[in-house]
Design a protein around this ligand. Sequence first.
Ligand code: ZN
Length: 326
Amino acid sequence: MSAAAFAIGVDLGGTNLRAGAVDASGAVLCRRSVPVGADKSAASVVRLVAAEVRAIADELAGTPAAIGCGIPGIVDAAGGIVQASPHFPLWNEEPMRERISAALSLPVTIDNDANCHALGEARCGAGRWHRNVICLTLGTGIGGGLILDGELFRGDRGYAGEVGHIVVEPEGEPCGCGGRGCLEQYAASHGFSVFARRLPEAQRTALVAAAGAPEGELTPEIMARLADEGNAVAQELWEEWGRYLGVGIATLVNTLGVMTFVIGGGIVRSWDKFIGAARASALSHTYPRHASELVFLKAELGDDAGIVGAALLERSSSIMAGRRIP
Ligand SMILES: [Zn+2]
């Protein structure tokens, strides 16, 4: 491998497109970020991706050894097709791999964006010493990716890893997926509003007054501030938040036998407020012997995880061989 060898990873979001060049060690050599813009058509996004990839290749004066693209939505990685995407509602069974590849005249690999984040963290970030890793990105929803036996597990047609829709309350909160009681209604940013609604009225009124925000807008940032100020109700709601996360994690432990969880997203800034409760809750719903085995790790790569993972997608890419788990 020449010193200049690099792969390009693209992390497409609904608002921004991030892209970067990644070397054999998993280091990001350069990165770019541009707004996706109002035109969400596949043709427009393909042009944007191609332009960013070309700009990076020009900057490094080289041809990428591999190009990977993480896309939000249901992605059939093997077929190279985005079946549907919440951020790009016009897309329907869109053959994005072929379209991006045609625009660049280079081979391209695509996958779900959360899978790319997970792959990046598992191979080059917090999970790099572990063979089996589940990555959870906690935000407005929960992104998940499963790395089993060192490889990304996609399930049939890319349906695996939807950990945010693990049911933790069968008759619980309605979810955007059409179901009820999904984990991401509790252990994601909306959860505090759900918990506040269940409080006795006097406590709820005091919490909303201290927050200076309506019950439906109790963000993790506000709740972190209140907890730091010593607000006991806010501290308890962080623990409640952690307990739900633990229930979801217990399901994953019991189903897959994976003991290493990499947790990312802005909420990780409040790690100490919820992780103890999450661990206790997960252990209370799994076999006692797991107490010494269950590991929760903070994600390390931040916004770079999606770029690094996308760059790693092309499994045959020899430039990444050094990072493969034995
Ligand atoms: Zn759901």
